[in-house]
Design a protein. Structure first.
Ligand code: SF4
Ligand code: SF4
Length: 202
């Protein structure tokens, strides 16, 4: 873990805490930094100095920049382990989702493009049909990644990914785990309405 000094920014602290608490539905002020959340986080070793407890701390201190741009926001896998362990029932997964939205609204580029592409492709595919069709969803995801790599002239990365996906697809076919069928559901309008309601509330 890198030693990083967290600084209190009194002018922005109150507004930031209020905004994140309202949008995430989490009572951040209840956090007393016991670090039980950090002890169980499966990605904590990959996120540098920002563990779940420190993310809450950054918000309470009013450091908007570090709260919006850090590895935990992009690497959190929403496993909810931290919330299960927290004596104050603070769900960091809700906080990381909120910060991702705030980061997007502030027009900051995603720290992890693949995470943003995965999320976008998954939501789009799910909302269109009410079910995830793997070929459509993975195709959209891989296309976004390839276009991003091509724009950066990373041709080898595109080639390596194509080879990897081809091998992976073949292995899945052999195991009969590839789903070619088209899935849809009658309730997809309801799912769209729920998603819209969620967006409006956030
Ligand atoms: S477990 Fe809860 S109270 Fe303890 S540091 Fe984490 S968020 Fe704060
Ligand atoms: S929900 Fe996110 S922050 Fe919490 S333990 Fe899981 S990966 Fe870590």
């Amino acid at each position: 873990m890198t030693d990083t000094v967290l600084e209190y920014e009194p002018e922005s602290a109150g507004a930031l805490v209020k905004e994140v608490a309202r949008r995430s539905g989490q009572n951040l002020s209840a956090c007393y930094q016991c670090r039980r959340c950090a002890a169980g986080c499966p990605v904590a070793e990959e996120t540098g100095y920002v563990t779940p407890d420190r993310l809450v701390r950054l918000i309470l201190l009013g450091d908007r920049e570090k709260a919006l741009v850090n590895e935990l926001v992009w690497r959190c896998v929403s496993c909810y382990t931290c919330g299960t362990r927290c004596p104050n029932e603070i769900q960091t997964a809700r906080i990381t989702e909120t910060l991702k939205k705030m980061s997007k609204e502030a027009r900051r580029p995603p720290l992890r493009h693949k995470v943003a592409h995965f999320h976008h492709s998954f939501m789009k595919a799910g909302l269109r049909w009410g079910r995830i069709n793997e070929i459509e969803f993975m195709g959209a995801y891989e296309l976004k990644n390839a276009l991003k790599d091509l724009a950066r002239l990373r041709f080898k990365a595109v080639y390596d990914e194509m080879v990897y996906q081809a091998k992976f697809g073949l292995a899945m076919m052999k195991l009969r785990r590839m789903h070619y069928g088209f899935l849809s559901t009658k309730g997809r309008d309801e799912i769209k309405r729920l998603a819209k309601k969620g967006r409006n509330r956030a």
